[in-house]
Ligand binder design. Sequence first.
Ligand SMILES: Nc1ncnc2c1ncn2[C@@H]1O[C@H](COP(=O)(O)OP(=O)(O)OP(=O)(O)O)[C@@H](O)[C@H]1O
Ligand SMILES: [Mg+2]
Length: 395
Amino acid sequence: MESIDNRVEEQRQLIEKLQKRNVKLQRFYDEYKRVCRNEEERIKELNCLYQVAQCVVIENDTDAALDKIVRIVPHGWQYTKDSCARITFKDNQYLSSGFFESEAVQSENIFIETVIAGTIEVFYKPGLASEADNPFLIEERNLLKGIAHIISFYLEKQRDNENRKLIKQQLLHADRLATIGQLAAGVAHELNEPLGNILGLAQLALKLPEMPNQAQKDLGKIEDCVIYSREIIKKLMEFSRQSPLSKEKINLNEVIDNSITFLEARCIKEGIEIVRRYAENITVSADPNQIKQVITNLTVNAIQAMRNGGKLIISTRKNSKNAVLAVEDTGIGISGENISKTFIPFFTTKDVGEGTGLGLSVVYGIIRNHSGDIKVSSEPGKGTIFEVCLPLEGT
Ligand SMILES: Nc1ncnc2c1ncn2[C@@H]1O[C@H](COP(=O)(O)OP(=O)(O)OP(=O)(O)O)[C@@H](O)[C@H]1O
Ligand SMILES: [Mg+2]
């Protein structure tokens, strides 16, 4: 009897042991499943990050890159099928497929340098993991930060590339103009002397006694033509920076006012309103006559571009090193095809006799001679703006 009882007790203890081991095993198995799930999540996240990084390395076009990234993003989140993403950059939105908006959202800013340039958001379907305040895992929050960093880095790189391209284009343009300048200077120099001789001889001949009337008229015409040709040569010399500078400290606003007074009557007649927006105390070291020439050429062009009236806005401002003078009009504008040609000597869209195409070449030569810079931007049908930078006095 005792031995039966003992055996029952043994059996009971064995069952108890087995049950305990079973519970342990179950726990171990649950833990193992949880670790596996976590591993899976981490692999998904790493994979998502890797694909985003790969995308910014391969894709040169910003739109295409952001479009791809936004489609990759939901694959890194635990409820992939119930999530979607949106990237906002400038005025554009990039959406993952089946996009929806909900209150369960996580968002990160995208910076360029220190300025916010856009956002990236991930949405979960409403009601998903609703018991939690924030349905997103810490890892997912970090992942979104990481993706936002990669996008920031990419956008900065794209911006640098664009700047580099622009500088290269400007250098090429300046190089081209310098070559044309050298050619123009050579031609101008060669022609100046024979033209001087022609003028001198014509003027001498005009003084001869008993000159027939017709011959006198013809010699007068020769004189006029030579004077006109020498004007052109003077302009070419200015473009190729051959004119000597006579620099002094000048108040830019005063020089502008002096230059445009004689154009005011013409503006009133042609229905053009002149708007002045001056910053105070702008002093530059420059040749006042040449700066006057710059302002006159730019304002005359602006007036000529506004056949049906408009607004001529002349403004000055300072930045860290430069005085900036802007001449803006609301005229016909310049086509994309012509804008890069405007500073080239003899480029004109005006009728014969109305323009020689040297006004802006002269402006360009003068500004470069003053170690300054000039930029043009225009929208056909809307208007044009020329911006001249001159080093501020004392910089
Ligand atoms: N404000 C402007 N609006 C529209 N087009 C402009 C403007 N300024 C310049 N342009 C364009 O650039 C061309 C070149 O200008 P530029 O001043 O060198 O020569 P021009 O005005 O034609 O002749 P010139 O100045 O010798 O009388 C112009 O013919 C015109 O097509
Ligand atoms: Mg002109």
